[in-house]
Ligand binder design. Structure first.
Ligand SMILES: Nc1nc2c(c(=O)[nH]1)N[C@H]1C(S)=C(S)[C@@H](COP(=O)(O)O)O[C@H]1N2
Ligand SMILES: [Mo]
Length: 397
């Protein structure tokens, strides 16, 4: 976003050097979608506005009655349970913030060619279903079982590897997290894109763990080596780094860009006066947010046009002397749900960069610039929103 008045000084619609995206990336960005940041006003993201990430095709499932979940592997007797049988288990509802592990990928340079998220792959929904632990009891697993492999109904090719979307969790990880099987989102049956009719929800973890279109849970005693477990979703500092598994969310915050947008560039224009800055913050494994701070950096007064950074924080910098002021936090609506924050800013005319950063109860704090990752995972760099403040805004035509 450039820091200039988009009415008086409209920017040409041209790409900056290094900004080109491949047609494959654009196609991925059309299939998958992020939250509109302004929708973060809602505690619970409306259905259809929650972010989406599906690797392959969305399976066509005609009706939920014909669906069954196979419990296989190291169990007393392999069984198939219907959704009706699952609904007889004690019902549980949880409000959970999910974020894609690749969120922020396109802000890392060089970027990994994949879904080119900037910062919008996040959402918070009220998921309804049953506890995974109750389903595990139904399965009567063998004492030797250590790990569960969750299998989706979708298959495809990635890097020449033809596979079904599968992820695993160890029993120890399951015991530490309130994992659920969900068939409802915000009081409705899951829509096709969110995993109809049944999915896993792993609260406090990045989204890849929450397997959609769940067909099978296989109990095993060997670490699962599937493509989506070990081939991807590894933090890698370089190409030859063996990798560290991507698991829990990293502490992060976002701000709703204030003011009015320019349609094409998303540049922000504001009137001087009191501006309420509002956003959300979340952390891994159900940790609470203890602090959100906002830094307001005033631009070079004489030549504000020098600030020509692009959408989000592509040229993320960590300027010296940022002054961080604490925002007011609201109570999270649930243990694994984001926290609202706000701060009133008395805006004076000029160019500004606004940043927010969160700290969780364990002292984990968002870095202004996160370490580069080969696959573009876990980018919890501080978001930077550039705005232009005018004494007054004209009346819209
Ligand atoms: N079966 C299956 N489950 C899946 C995926 C997928 O492609 N197939 N994508 C995963 C990823 S990477 C994310 S971030 C979340 C996204 O969930 P949502 O689309 O409901 O927001 O689903 C996860 N579960
Ligand atoms: Mo994801």
């Amino acid at each position: 976003m450039s820091s200039r008045n988009p009415i008086l000084d409209p920017k040409a619609r041209e790409n900056l050097p290094g900004e080109d995206y491949s047609s494959a990336e654009v196609a991925l960005a059309n299939r998958n979608s992020g939250i509109h940041l302004e929708v973060m006003r809602h505690d619970i993201t409306p259905i259809g506005m929650h972010y989406l990430l599906s690797h392959f095709d969305i399976p066509y499932v005609e009706n939920a009655q014909d669906w069954s979940l196979a419990l296989t592997g190291l169990v007393e007797l392999p069984v198939s349970v219907t959704l009706e049988q699952l609904s007889a288990l004690p019902r549980v509802e949880r409000t959970v913030t999910l974020e894609c592990a690749g969120n922020g990928r396109s802000l890392m340079q060089p970027r990994w060619p994949s879904m080119p998220w900037t910062c919008e792959a996040v959402g918070t929904a009220r998921w309804g279903g049953a506890r995974l632990s109750d389903v595990i009891e139904l399965a009567k697993p063998d004492d030797t079982a250590t790990e569960l492999v969750f299998c989706g109904a979708d298959s495809g090719v990635d890097g020449g590897d033809y596979h079904t979307f599968k992820r695993s969790l160890t029993l120890a990880q399951i015991a530490a997290t309130d994992v659920m099987l969900a068939w409802e989102i915000n009081g409705q049956p899951l829509p096709p894109q969110h995993g109809f009719p049944l999915r896993l929800i792993v609260p406090g973890w990045f989204g890849m763990a929450s397997v959609k279109w769940l067909t099978e849970i296989c109990f095993t005693d060997t670490p699962f080596q599937g493509r989506q477990q070990v081939g991807s979703y590894q933090y890698r500092a370089s190409a030859d780094d063996p990798g560290v598994p991507v698991t829990e969310l990293r502490v992060k915050s976002l701000m709703i860009p204030p003011g009015i947008p320019d349609w094409y560039t998303r540049d922000r224009l504001l009137a001087a006066g009191t501006v309420e800055l509002f956003g959300r913050a979340w952390a891994g494994a159900g940790a609470r947010i203890s602090l959100v701070e906002v830094a307001i950096e005033a631009g070079p007064e004489d030549s504000p046009g020098q600030w020509l950074d692009t959408q989000g924080a592509k040229d993320a910098t960590d300027p010296d002397g940022l002054i961080w002021q604490p925002a007011i936090l609201s109570e999270p609506v649930d243990d694994y749900a984001w926290t609202g924050w706000r701060l009133d800013w008395n805006a004076k005319p000029g160019a500004y960069r606004l940043r927010c950063r969160a700290t969780d109860e364990h002292g984990n704090r968002q870095p202004v610039v996160a370490a580069w990752d080969k696959g573009g995972f876990g980018n919890n760099s501080v978001q930077c929103v550039s705005v232009w403040v005018e004494q007054e805004l004209p009346v819209p035509a």
